[in-house]
Design a binder for this molecule. Structure first.
Ligand SMILES: [Zn+2]
Length: 493
């Protein structure tokens, strides 16, 4: 043990003897946290911090991902926060980020998939659930396994689970209709449920089907090269046939839609305009929408299968989903998030309502669809139209939103809408709250007051909890304490 570790351990011991604030029983106060934070800062010290700063009573421990959004230290290029090891986990540094599973994997649950070798190598044999679950339980805190649909290309056998693009090449994304992926998801859920004393499982998929991809209908997105659209694998094509969808017509439709977006990127306006041209394609090829819905239904079937698997192991384990931020920008994606459908296999939903980065993200969404479907609409008008049809009031102009972010009122309106849609169902609503999610240096940054207002807005709208996001390793403590201030003032702690 070096001196620094000794001081950390001693400090953690001293703090552990103080009695942390009792977590509120009535509402879920969740925090997303990756394995590296526990390793860098010590389990007890980190849990003390969470309870003291924000009355956290539920840990969303990142158990699996190949993405930096929920695992690893601060994103390179963003300032390091005021806690944790003061260095990045870029290549060449200690614990250089790679991704994978941050728990031990138990081979008996992965017999029906070729995906076998997915342990994250950068933290040695560290098992985040083994390290954290018992310590959390002693404090009356719950632990939910949080994992996501983010993969890389260099995993053994992964090509046997990948989506097939229109051009026949493999995508980095995996296909929900491929038994190798479906069985991996079910195996992972079962592994967590049987191997650890966990309280819940949350999985998230932040992507969409080929039609919405082609139009670039997402934030931080661009209209897709038609050749790279997916999925057109044998499993998806068979499923399409079973639904009475003509596969050859679907392929022809996506080829035509791709030609449209390619021309649009080159500034070639269709003779009848962009909006009319897309409608003409949808009318000529209804298979475009059928293929989009095939993808969406396949995601829903995946949710349902995972839900039933976990419930068959232990009914008391909560199961729910991270619903992608695109739900706040794209009416197409929002239409696909039918909460009355999702509620059938959801004990809870983390609906992403990241207010601070929301402005910057909305601006990128407008720029993207403003070059395809809405190519004829001035972008401020297009933003006003979206505010109107998505039912937002009082948000700022296109020029201002990247620097201002969205207001707490956005969180209120989104939470109120989602809560109303879930009324009469078993499903709890836990809005995802933005704390220091990276934005461009000159754009809006989280503040203690901004965080406080967002948390207060979520509860004022009737939410059953909040989920502080995306990962502790990118959060400043002052902003985390902003969440705590709201919880205290609302009398929840
Ligand atoms: Zn497929």
């Amino acid at each position: 043990m070096d001196r620094r570790d000794f001081i950390q351990t001693a400090a953690a011991g001293a703090l552990a003897t103080m009695s942390p604030a009792a977590p509120p029983a009535s509402k879920t106060i969740g925090l997303q946290v990756g394995a590296v934070s526990f390793l860098d800062e010590g389990v007890e010290k980190a849990l003390d911090e969470f309870q003291r700063d924000a009355y956290v009573n539920t840990l969303f421990a990142a158990t699996f991902t190949y993405g930096r959004g929920i695992a690893g230290r601060q994103t390179p290029g963003q300032p390091l926060p005021d806690h944790g090891r003061q260095e990045y986990d870029t290549a060449g540094n200690a614990n250089a980020f790679h991704g994978g599973s941050y728990t031990r994997t138990h081979p008996q649950y992965y017999k029906d998939t070729v995906i076998q070798d997915f342990r994250a190598p950068e933290l040695g044999d560290y098992d985040v659930l083994e390290a954290v679950v018992p310590a959390a339980r002693r404090r009356g805190m719950k632990t939910i396994c949080w994992f996501e649909d983010v993969w890389r290309r260099d995993i053994p056998n992964i090509e046997q689970a990948q989506e097939k693009q229109l051009d026949g090449r493999n995508s980095t994304n995996l296909c929900f209709n491929n038994p190798n992926y479906r069985n991996w998801l079910l195996g992972t859920a079962e592994d967590y449920a049987r191997s650890y004393e966990i309280d819940g499982i949350m999985w998230g998929s932040a992507r969409q089907g080929a039609f919405a991809q082609a139009l670039g209908a997402a934030h931080e997105s661009a209209p897709r090269n038609p050749a790279t659209l997916g999925c057109f694998c044998q499993h998806c094509e068979r499923k399409a046939k079973d639904r009475g969808v003509d596969v050859a017509r679907a392929r022809a439709g996506f080829k035509a839609l791709g030609d449209f977006t390619t021309a649009a990127q080159q500034g070639k306006r269709p003779v009848d305009g962009y909006y009319v041209a897309v409608w003409r394609l949808m009318l000529r090829y209804p298979e475009l929408l059928a293929w989009e819905m095939l993808w969406t239904d396949s995601l829903r079937e995946t949710y349902s299968a995972m839900y039933n698997k976990v419930k068959s192991v232990k009914p008391s384990i909560g199961v729910g989903w991270h619903i992608w931020h695109n739900n706040s920008f794209s009416p197409i994606y929002r239409a696909e998030q039918d909460l009355s459908e999702l509620s059938k296999y959801s004990d809870f939903l983390k609906m992403v309502m990241y207010h601070n980065c929301g402005g910057e993200r909305m601006a990128t969404y407008i720029a993207s669809v403003g070059r395809t479907l809405y190519g004829d609409v001035p972008h401020q008008e297009l933003l006003d139209f979206h505010y109107r049809v998505l039912d937002y009031t009082q948000e700022k102009s296109l020029a201002e939103i990247p620097k201002a972010g969205f207001s707490a009122n956005y969180v209120y309106e989104e939470a109120k809408r989602a809560r109303e849609a879930l009324n009469g169902t078993k499903t709890q609503l836990w809005p995802g709250i933005d704390i220091d999610i990276p934005t461009a240096q000159t754009n809006a940054r989280s503040t203690p007051d901004g965080t406080k207002e967002a948390v207060a807005a979520a509860f004022r709208a009737g939410s059953d909890g909040v989920l502080l996001s995306r990962k502790y390793s990118e959060m400043k403590l002052g902003n985390l304490r902003g969440a705590g201030a709201a919880i205290r003032e609302l009398g929840l702690a």
